[in-house]
Design a binder for this molecule. Structure first.
Ligand code: AMP
Ligand code: FE
Ligand code: FE
Ligand code: ZN
Length: 280
């Protein structure tokens, strides 16, 4: 029998992943995973379809979402888990975030056109604008049009922080987002802390009332994991983990390359169960 492994961080075509919800669940089953949480950027739209496929394969599927927020003018990602899927607070939050994403994408397209790189709706797959459009969709469209030769070139030359076609994320503060997650009866986790490069920002974030930290991540070598795991332990936080699988666009992050144990998964699962029947 496979040891218990639950990957708690992955994306579908509802945000910037390349597998649809059914394909993602099927891959999780093929990989022998024991549990999964789908954490699309700012949407839970994958869940209705994913729940059906997960049920067919008896794969425990925990609710999750990766929410964008702001701290010290920097974009910070939070993972929310174990909230009731139909929480009106979470549904309203995702709706607002997706609207903000569409507005931001339009601003990026405007900047690109002034830099001689026009893009139209026809340059995107229809799924891109449906839920949580992100810069990876734009980078792919730029590549298809021949404006850049790779996704990373699109980010490094145009879409990344301080680059000419960058539009910063403006929205809820991290503090506000933690409150929203708690109001939705979810658990708030600081996502991929290794991506936070400024120590002052990190210090401030670590003082906030998170319930956990993502200590195990995709390609982390052990010594890097240890830092986040020990911070999480000191604070008595949950230590979560996952691959941040996106499919073809990030081939180095394979599904199941990072995971949590049965004990952590059960804690999250029980949290979800205990709030399933209670109404907000
Ligand atoms: P957005 O959500 O629109 O702000 O875009 C951020 C997403 O873009 C991240 O979640 C990554 O999936 C992706 N991303 C960020 N930087 C890069 C990069 N240099 N190369 C490829 N993908 C990136
Ligand atoms: Fe992403
Ligand atoms: Fe992220
Ligand atoms: Zn992610």
């Amino acid at each position: 029998m496979n040891p218990f492994r639950a990957d708690l961080h992955c994306h579908t075509t509802c945000s910037d992943g390349t597998l649809n919800p059914t394909q993602l669940i099927q891959l999780a089953v093929e990989k022998g995973l024991s549990g999964l949480s789908i954490t699309d950027h700012d949407t839970v739209a994958a869940y209705p379809e994913a729940i059906l496929t997960a049920h067919v394969h008896s794969l425990p599927l925990l609710t999750g979402v990766e929410l964008s927020a702001v701290c010290q003018k920097k974009s910070v990602h939070l993972l929310a888990y174990a909230f009731p899927l139909h929480s009106s607070v979470m549904q309203a939050c995702c709706k607002e975030q997706c609207l903000r994403r569409r507005l931001r994408a339009e601003q990026v397209l405007h900047k690109l056109s002034t830099h001689g790189m026009p893009l139209t709706q026809a340059d995107f797959p229809p799924s891109a604008w449906r839920h949580a459009i992100g810069r990876p969709h734009i980078a792919q469209a730029m590549m298809k049009r021949g404006y850049v030769s790779s996704l990373s070139q699109a980010f490094h030359s145009y879409l990344g922080h301080r680059k000419p076609c960058h539009v910063p994320w403006e929205g809820q503060s991290v503090e506000e987002m933690i409150d929203i997650i708690h109001a939705a009866k979810g658990l708030a986790i600081l996502a991929h802390p290794h991506l936070i490069k400024e120590e002052t920002l990190l210090k401030r974030l670590l003082r906030l009332p998170f319930d956990g930290i993502e200590g195990y991540y995709g390609t982390f070598p052990l010594h890097i994991q240890e830092r986040w795991v020990s911070i999480g332990r000191q604070k008595g936080w949950l230590i979560t983990g996952g691959s941040d699988f996106h499919g073809e666009t990030k081939p180095l992050l394979s599904l199941g390359s990072s995971w949590v144990s049965e004990e952590t998964f059960q804690r999250l699962w029980h949290h979800a169960q205990s709030h399933e029947e209670t109404h907000e």
